[in-house]
Design a protein around this ligand. Structure first.
Ligand SMILES: *Cc1c(COP(=O)(O)O)cnc(C)c1O
Length: 229
């Protein structure tokens, strides 16, 4: 699908394309410094509060994964877009069907009921869905399963609900203490080893460098690509 929006008439790259390219370059440098392959790190552009036009321009600029916190906001914004769509907000069980309909990956399964409702909706819609467990690694975060409870939750969701759990997601501590951020991300990496799977979704605009050093395979970047909200 060719998207015409975003490229200027002269064929010059749009400013979002430039920002995405330079973000990818910074990520590649940080990955190599950590002894890792840039290709092992997926960039998810977090589009909350951005317009559909901005999302289209970002896709034209090379973005292949997009994320939103609210199903209602994504419904029109993401309709028909040829990219992978990640739900990164709180899962309300009464919204499960709408979430599964609008997204490909649910990163924020943080309790049994959330996983169950998503699995049930996926069966009802006949749509395969990938998931991550959201783990709580920060005292200021409201949501997320405790790291020590994550492996048991994954087992129940995989065995009893047939849910595809590919790894873990976490929001870092909202802190300027770089050592505290790194420690929390190390805890997320240990939790991934207990849960099983390949995906470690950690790192946002303010802490993606620490996340890469801790093994992040998926960065969720909003502000650093789209600007302040
Ligand atoms: C908003 C948000 C992001 C992106 O945050 P930025 O600081 O703008 O990069 C990533 N993950 C989640 C869960 C978010 O809510």
């Amino acid at each position: 699908m060719k998207l015409e929006v975003g490229a200027a008439s002269g064929g010059a790259p749009n400013s979002l394309a430039v920002r995405i390219a330079s973000m990818r370059e910074l990520i590649a440098v940080a990955a190599r410094e950590a002894g890792r392959l840039p290709s092992d790190i997926t960039l998810v552009g977090v589009t909350k509060k951005q317009s559909r036009e901005a999302v289209l321009a970002a896709i034209e600029g090379g973005l292949s994964d997009v994320g939103e916190n609210y199903e209602q906001e994504a419904r029109q914004k993401y309709a028909g877009l040829p990219v992978r769509k990640h739900f990164i907000g709180h899962v309300q069980t009464n919204k499960a069907k709408a979430i599964v309909a609008a997204f490909d990956v649910v990163q924020s399964i943080d309790r049994l009921e959330a996983g169950r409702s998503i699995a049930k909706a996926a069966r009802a819609l006949g749509k395969p869905i990938r998931t991550l467990l959201q783990i709580n690694i920060s005292p200021v975060e409201r949501y997320g399963v405790l790291p020590q409870d994550a492996a048991a939750l994954a087992t129940r969701l995989r065995d009893d609900e047939g849910l595809a759990v590919d790894g873990v997601m976490a929001i870092g501590p909202n802190s300027s203490d770089r050592a505290a951020i790194a420690q929390s991300f190390e805890q997320a990496a240990r939790t991934l080893r207990a849960v099983g799977g390949e995906v470690l979704s950690i790192g946002m605009s303010g802490d993606w460098r620490e996340a890469i050093r801790s093994g992040s395979t998926m960065l969720r970047i909003g502000t650093a690509i789209f600007g302040a909200r």
